[in-house]
Design a protein. Structure first.
Length: 138
């Protein structure tokens, strides 16, 4: 009887994952896997050393910036609100909370808040160490 009980206990514990059955588990959810920008351009890295800049950007309703462009890859993850991005040809793509996108590179575009909630973005730039992140159209 003791042998059967010991065997049952051994089998029950062998079925549990390493560590406690209630231990927190790490998860990962892919939110973007792409080789192109939102307008279909290939994403390419500059040669040499790369500077990475992380920003939290807040765009209030009613803010109306002009067109601008980025010479290097810029990634934006929408934390709150809905953002429309209009390209130089008039096409608009809209992104909402939980969406990650790659901004157009070297193409003129401008953001617009869709709705009355401030847009909050996590923005990540990759560029050469001494480069500017964007150019604003005059």
């Amino acid at each position: 009887m003791k042998t059967v009980l010991a065997l049952a206990l051994l089998l029950a514990t062998a079925a549990l994952p390493a560590g406690s059955a209630t231990a927190p588990q790490m998860t990962a959810k892919t939110i973007l896997d792409t080789t192109t920008t939102g307008t279909g351009q290939p994403i390419e890295l500059p040669g040499g050393k790369v500077r990475v800049i992380g920003l939290i950007v807040e765009i209030p309703p009613g803010y109306a910036p002009g067109y601008h462009r980025h010479p290097y890859p810029r990634y934006a993850y929408v934390l709150a609100g809905h953002l429309g991005v209009q390209d130089e040809h008039g096409a608009t793509r809209t992104y909402g909370p939980g969406q990650l996108f790659v901004e157009t590179r070297n193409g003129w575009h401008r953001p617009r808040v869709e709705g009355d909630e401030t847009v909050k973005l996590l923005v990540i730039d990759q560029q050469p160490e001494d480069a500017k992140t964007n150019t604003i159209q005059q």
